[in-house]
Design a protein around this ligand. Sequence first.
Ligand SMILES: [Zn+2]
Length: 165
Amino acid sequence: MVDDLAAYAGAYQAGSGDPNAFYRLAFRTIRVALMQEGVLLDPLLSRAGERIGEELYPAVADPDTGAFCANIARFWEEHRLGRIEVAETEPLVLLVYDCFECVDLPVTGKPACAFDSGILRALFSRHYGRPAEAIETRCYSMGFDHCRFEIGVGGGGREECRTPE
Ligand SMILES: [Zn+2]
């Protein structure tokens, strides 16, 4: 993190600024600093993500799940949050490459994308009209080259409810 910031600062020349890259580095630095202070971040990040997902929903809404996922993928790419692929549809599984949240966090063996999970949970809860889950089963911080989210939907509607493997 600090090395990436040092590299950014070292390469910086007037006019070469990349606000997106800088905010990513700053976000990560804050996150790692809080983690190192022992702050339990995941519940906070998850709630913040949910709030963002709620607000974001109208920008990506589509009654068709495939089109909805494509809208989310386009939004992510446009904002350089990562590249989203739909890997499976039953249950719905999304893969995220170059995930802004975790791509160069230290490998801890545990999923790190509580923020992303919160956003996806809120988006899919609105989409399905009932509580959804976005469970991260693979992550850069677990040594994978992508993050993998399983979208589960609460029981009793048009979609089947499945327990993540
Ligand atoms: Zn992740």
